[in-house]
Design a protein around this ligand. Structure first.
Ligand code: SF4
Length: 449
């Protein structure tokens, strides 16, 4: 169990912190120009995207039923998973009847959320992450530190060391050589894979299809080379139809990586048709609830508009200091500070809502205009009410003084003589300067007039 965010930040080595801060800032830099080039009115596009996502949430039940019907007609086998355990079990059942061979996986936050890799390995199957960043995470026994760029906390020298240690080739820090070493290694896994697992960026109701976007081409191979493809998605990932894609694809690419469009956009309609040479014989889609129905009823409902672009992480001054690992959950940054406690409870993750300056940068960049700061304040409030406040700050004493004029006057007389705020707020002042009392007291000045 990792420590709370602030303690994690104090223990984070300078090299890692600098790598995260630099890479996050770089990813943010290209965003405004790219979005301005993609839309005549960026704000109108964000508003339209937010409204489309709200429409989906408002009609989620009916749209899911329609999606299931259209996807089934296309040949998908549709599975419903109420929680992480059910989703893992569905995958394991499919694997039990699958031919021998490794499981190749594209990057997917839903599978991180349900800890799928550990379950597959416990069942005795080899699973190979094929996204370059996720591959490094896997061979290092690490966890992703960003929802879009999992190894934002590592530099290329560290990747070179990992590859050399695993025997992928001579040690190098040249990105092109490292990519080549990974390609050679992964190609064998693709060639012999029995099952490919992917996430889903969007599921199109009218077309009964899924959309997967990527830059590396590994998802193309994971979803087409093996005879079985399993797609795992949260139930909220629907879009009404392919007509919605032009806005969402440009908003996603521009917000995530400052690209005009991702290198590959796959629309997958189901298994290989009789007149097609390539593609899987079976396609399964797992519709994962895992707490989302509860979020739908809560004040955090709008977090389900999220399209996992990662822009809120990149601009967050706290994320840049603590890295994704500080959040103790696959979903990190401002998104994680809302989603982790909403999915898994305030007791386990309510403290994450304090990991924010409430500067509002996350809401400003969010392509679907999620009011994250408001949600963080609500979660803080609920956490204090339901779990209690583990903070060392003596709020009870403060509240008592602030609501009784006599006590307040006594306190303001005593504090400067007793060393003032640093005496009371030693935890607070470890990383901040306490304000000093300066000049005359207001009350004595007022009396003298
Ligand atoms: S909350 Fe908004 S900015 Fe953050 S990942 Fe989701 S869509 Fe992107």
């Amino acid at each position: 169990m990792r420590p709370p965010v602030e303690q994690f930040a104090l223990g984070l080595d300078a090299k890692t912190q600098q790598a995260v801060a630099r890479a996050s800032a770089m990813k943010t830099a290209g965003r405004p120009a790219v979005l301005a080039g993609a839309f005549t009115d960026v704000e109108a596009a964000r508003q339209a995207a937010a409204e489309t996502r709200d429409y989906v949430l408002d009609h989620l039940h009916d749209l899911l039923v329609e999606y299931e019907s259209n996807a089934t007609s296309n040949g998908w086998v549709v599975h419903w998973a109420s929680d992480a355990h059910a989703a893992r079990q569905i995958v394991l059942d499919i694997l039990r009847d699958a031919p021998a061979g490794p499981v190749v996986k594209g990057k997917s936050m839903a599978t991180e959320e349900i800890h799928l890799n550990a379950a597959i390995e416990s069942a005795g199957r080899r699973v190979v992450e094929t996204d370059l960043g996720e591959f490094v995470v896997q061979i290092d026994g690490d966890t992703p530190s960003h929802i879009v760029t999992p190894i934002i906390h590592k530099n290329r020298e560290q990747v070179g060391e990992s590859f050399a240690r695993e025997g992928l080739g001579p040690r190098t820090d040249d990105p092109a050589t490292l990519a080549y070493q990974a390609r050679v290694h992964l190609r064998e896994a693709f060639r012999t894979a029995a099952v490919g697992i992917s996430g889903v960026n969007f599921a199109l109701v009218q077309e009964g299809a899924v959309v997967v976007v990527e830059n590396e081409g590994n998802n193309r191979l994971s979803t087409t080379a093996p005879p079985i493809h399993i797609a795992v998605m949260g139930i909220e990932k629907l879009l009404p139809s392919a007509a919605d894609l032009p806005v969402f694809l440009r908003l996603l690419a521009g917000s995530a990586t400052g690209q005009r469009i991702t290198t590959y956009t796959h629309l997958i309609r189901g298994p290989r048709r009789s007149d097609e040479r390539d593609g899987p014989e079976q396609t399964h889609i797992i519709l994962l609830d895992n707490g989302r129905s509860e979020i739908m009823k809560s004040r955090q409902r709008a977090i389900l508009r999220c399209i996992r672009c990662g822009a809120c992480l990149n601009v967050c001054p706290v994320y840049r200091q603590v890295s994704g690992h500080g959040y103790r959950h696959p979903y990190s940054g401002p998104l994680g500070a809302v989603l982790a406690p909403s999915l898994e409870g305030l007791k386990a993750y309510g403290d994450l809502a304090k990991a924010s300056t409430l500067c509002g940068a996350c809401e400003e960049v969010c392509p679907v205009r999620i009011p994250i700061p408001d949600m963080l304040v609500q979660i803080r409030h609920r956490t204090v009410r339901q779990v209690g406040d583990p903070s060392p700050m003596p709020w009870t004493a403060y509240a008592s003084a602030a609501t009784h004029p006599g006590r307040w006057q006594a306190a303001v007389h005593l504090l400067p003589e007793a060393g003032g705020l640093p005496f009371l707020f030693s935890g607070w002042t470890q990383v901040r300067e306490a304000p000093r009392a300066e000049g005359r007291r207001f009350r004595s000045w007022w009396k003298s007039r």
